[in-house]
Ligand binder design. Structure first.
Ligand code: MG
Length: 269
């Protein structure tokens, strides 16, 4: 259920936050003000953070929070679910991996082969210049990026994004064709077009509904005792799947709104 009135919000055991666009700007580190608010929240609530990025990226984004001086048990109230909860980390005198459910090595080999077969079949001609790996094995997923994974890192944001936008505009049909053909070869996996130039292959059924159910199972808190906060809780948004769990949720438009919500939660008895 969508929560509209913060004052009427009943206290919850666990607050679940999406990360990108909710606690931080996309792929950016958490700012100092948010880190302070979250540190206070951790004293009184359990907090879970979920997002599509890898654990290594989470750690970078949350570095400010981890560095603050916390009352002893506070970090033990923080639960990290990177890669859309296909992995889980918690703090027990240091960060510990509880699980990471990677694609099997056979699956990852099959995915790379499927892309190569499709390229051959349709006579795919790659761009003249690519930047970094075109097919990246992220273990929990394998991602094809037409211009390479490092295009923005190597060319800078402005040039990189311009190039990606141009490729996406010129090759929309081609990308959908590759997606369809690869999906045919991998019926047991999820193949979806993502971003401007990418195609992701993951296990089936990995979304934020799956994520919330993993959180319930591993943090041992019922869905009805959770509150979810995210910036994409609308049809087509990557947080929308949580609605299917029946969780109470608050949509935000960005970290500033999230800060207001955290302040309201801190005022609760
Ligand atoms: Mg988000």
């Amino acid at each position: 259920m969508k929560i509209l009135n913060l004052k009427r919000l009943k206290p919850r055991q666990l607050i679940v936050f999406d990360i990108d666009g909710t606690l931080t700007l996309t792929k950016a580190p958490m700012d100092a003000e948010m880190a302070k608010l979250m540190a206070k929240l951790l004293v009184v609530k359990k907090v879970a953070i979920i997002g599509g990025g890898k654990y290594e990226l989470f750690k970078k984004q949350l570095a400010k929070l981890a560095r603050l001086r916390h009352p002893k048990p506070a970090l033990e109230h923080l639960f990290l679910f990177p890669a859309t909860a296909t992995s889980f980390y918690r703090y027990r005198s240091g960060w510990k991996k509880v699980y990471a459910s990677h694609l099997s090595s056979q699956e990852r080999v099959d995915i790379k082969r499927a892309f190569r077969e499709v390229f051959k079949k349709i006579g795919y001609i790659p761009p003249e210049k690519v930047y970094g790996r075109v097919i990246e094995d992220r273990r929990t997923q394998v991602t094809f990026s037409a211009l390479g994974q490092e295009v923005v890192a190597m060319l800078g944001v402005k040039k990189g994004v311009t190039l990606k936008t141009k490729w996406a505009r010129d090759n929309r049909d081609l990308k959908m064709q590759i997606t369809r053909e690869v999906a045919k070869l991998l019926p047991h996996l999820e193949v979806h077009a993502a971003g401007f130039t990418s195609i992701d292959v993951t296990r089936k059924g990995i979304d934020k509904e799956y994520g919330l159910r993993q959180i319930k199972k591993y943090v041992h808190v019922d869905i009805k005792d959770m509150l979810f906060v995210g910036d994409a809780i609308f049809p087509g948004g990557n947080d929308y799947a949580v609605v299917r769990t029946g969780v109470d949720y608050i949509p935000v438009v960005g970290p500033d709104r999230t800060k207001q919500i955290v302040r309201a939660l801190l005022k609760q008895k």
